[in-house]
Design a protein around this ligand. Structure first.
Ligand code: AMP
Length: 419
C-alpha cells in the first residue's frame, strides 16, 4: 500500500510554490523597510522552553505539543510557535547587549497536535516578527502596522483587526480577583477545562468555546476595565498612533489570546471568508518573557501570521498573484549530432541568467516540440547541422509566433531585454 503523508500535514507542490515565493518576497520587503532582520532558530527545542515560555496553562502546552524523549533521554519538543525560540536565541546570543531595539523576523514550520480541519494543521507555517528592548507604544503600533501591511500587500480585503490590553503584573492580579469573585457563584456550571482555569488563569475562560462558559463570562469584568494607569496610558497612546496612521481596529475587551505570556497589547486579525478558523494572525506584547527565559528585564512584542490560512483567504477572495510570464528557452535538436553544441548553448544561456533546457529523454524532433508547447516555454531554438556550421540559430518566440536567426550574443541580448 502506498504511504501517505501524516494527518494534518501538507505537500506544497511546485505549482503552489509561486504563491509562497510571492508571500516570502513581501515578507522580506516589509522586514527590510521596517528595519527587521531575518532570524532562523531550530525546529525543536528543550521542552522546558515552551513550558516556561508559552505557559503551562495554555492549550498549546497542555494538549498540543509534539514532545518526545530523544536518544540521550532529553525531553524535546517540535516548536509549536516561534516567539519562545526567538526569545531564547536573543538571550543565548546576547543580542540584548547590543544597541536596542533588536528587531527580527522569521518564517518556518510550526507543529501542534490538534484535530486537523480546513485551516488547522499539525504542521503549518508562520511568518512572524519580534521586537525587543522598547516599552514605547510606537513599537506596538509599528508591529501591528507591519502585520496589516503584509495582508494588504498580498491584496487581501475585509480583514478585521481586534486589539485589547491584557494588563500587566500590577493590574492582572486585581482583575483575576474581580473575575474569580464574579465567577464563584457559577463555578459548578463551568466546563472542566475552565474549572482548572479558574484557579490557574481565569482570564483564559474568555477564550473558551463552550456556550455555557461564554454565557457565564459574557458580563464578567474585563481586564480592560481593571487596567492600571500605566496600562491605560499605553493602550490610549497605541490607539492614537493607530488612528494617526489610518489603521482601523475594533477594541475587543474579550480578546485575551491563547498564549500566557502576553502583557498589555494583544491583537488578532480575522477574515470572514475562510470558515471557522478565521484568525489569520495575532500577537502582542510580552514584557516578562525575556526574563523568564533567563535574560535581562527587557520587554518584547511580536506577531505571527499563519501562511496556509493567509493563502486560503487569498483563494477565497480570488486574489491573483501578479506574475510575469517567465522567459525560458527550450533547445530542440534535429539529430543526436547536435547534442553537444546544444548542451553548450544551454549552459551559456544559463550562465547568463536565462532559463534553458533541452531534451533528456531521446525524443524525436516532433515530440520535442510537443513537449516544449506543453510545458509552455517562451522560446524555442532548433539546432541542426546548418545552424552549428553558421553559428546562427532560429529563435522562436512562442507567444508572438515570430522567428529570427540570431547569433548567440544576439540571442542573449534579445532574451535579457524581454525578461
Ligand atoms: P498563534 O501562534 O496561536 O497566535 O497563531 C497565529 C496564527 O497562526 C493564527 O492566526 C493562524 O493563522 C496560524 N495558526 C495557528 N495554529 C494553526 C494551525 N494549527 N494550523 C494552521 N494555522 C495555524
Amino acid at each position: 500500500m502506498a504511504i501517505t503523508r501524516p494527518k494534518g500535514t501538507n505537500d506544497i507542490m511546485p505549482e503552489e510554490m509561486k504563491r509562497w515565493h510571492y508571500m516570502e518576497n513581501i515578507m522580506r520587503t516589509i522586514g527590510q523597510t521596517y528595519g527587521y532582520s531575518e532570524i532562523r532558530t531550530p525546529m525543536f527545542e528543550h521542552t522546558e522552553l515552551f513550558q516556561r515560555g508559552v505557559g503551562e496553562t495554555s492549550d498549546i502546552v497542555e494538549k498540543e505539543m509534539y514532545t518526545f524523549q530523544d536518544k540521550g533521554n532529553r525531553s524535546i519538543t517540535l516548536r509549536p510557535e516561534g516567539t519562545a525560540s526567538v526569545v531564547r536565541a536573543f538571550v543565548e546570543n546576547r543580542d540584548y547587549a547590543e544597541a536596542q531595539p533588536t528587531k527580527y523576523y522569521y518564517q518556518g514550520p510550526m507543529f501542534r497536535y490538534s484535530r486537523p480541519q480546513a485551516g488547522r494543521y499539525r504542521q503549518f507555517n508562520q511568518f512572524g516578527v519580534e521586537a525587543f528592548g522598547s516599552k514605547d507604544p510606537a513599537i506596538d503600533a509599528e508591529v501591528i502596522a507591519m502585520c496589516m501591511e503584509f495582508f494588504e500587500k498580498l491584496g487581501l480585503q475585509r480583514m478585521e483587526l481586534h486589539i485589547n490590553s491584557v494588563g500587566c503584573k500590577v493590574c492582572r492580579p486585581v482583575h483575576k480577583q474581580a473575575l474569580k469573585d464574579y465567577l464563584a457563584p457559577s463555578y459548578e456550571e463551568l466546563c472542566d477545562t475552565c474549572k482548572n482555569r479558574y484557579e490557574a488563569n481565569p482570564l483564559r475562560i474568555f477564550d473558551c468555546k463552550s456556550e455555557t462558559c461564554q454565557e457565564i463570562v459574557k458580563d464578567a469584568p474585563t481586564i480592560t476595565s481593571c487596567l492600571c494607569e500605566e496600562c491605560t496610558d499605553h493602550l490610549n497612546e497605541l490607539k492614537i498612533l493607530l488612528d494617526a496612521s489610518g489603521i482601523e481596529y475594533i477594541l475587543n475587551e474579550n480578546l485575551v489570546r491563547g498564549l500566557d505570556y502576553y502583557t498589555k497589547t494583544a491583537f488578532e486579525v480575522m477574515v470572514s471568508d475562510i470558515g471557522a478558523q478565521s484568525s489569520i494572525g495575532g500577537g502582542g506584547r510580552y514584557d516578562s518573557l525575556v526574563e523568564e527565559v533567563g535574560g535581562p528585564d527587557m520587554s518584547g512584542i511580536g506577531f505571527a501570521v499563519g501562511l496556509e490560512r493567509t493563502l486560503l483567504s487569498m483563494k477565497a477572495q480570488e486574489v491573483s498573484v501578479l506574475d510575469k510570464e517567465p522567459i525560458n528557452v527550450f533547445i530542440a535538436v534535429i539529430s543526436d549530432q547536435e547534442k553537444v553544441p546544444a548542451y553548450q548553448l544551454m549552459q551559456q544561456l544559463r550562465k547568463n541568467g536565462i532559463a534553458a533546457e533541452m531534451d533528456v529523454l531521446g525524443r524525436s524532433l516532433k515530440a520535442q516540440f510537443k513537449y516544449a508547447n506543453k510545458r509552455g516555454f517562451s522560446h524555442v531554438v532548433t539546432i541542426g547541422n546548418e545552424e552549428v556550421q553558421n553559428m546562427r540559430y532560429p529563435l522562436k518566440n512562442m507567444k508572438k509566433k515570430e522567428e529570427s536567426k540570431v547569433s548567440i550574443e544576439e540571442m542573449i541580448l534579445t532574451l535579457k531585454e524581454e525578461a
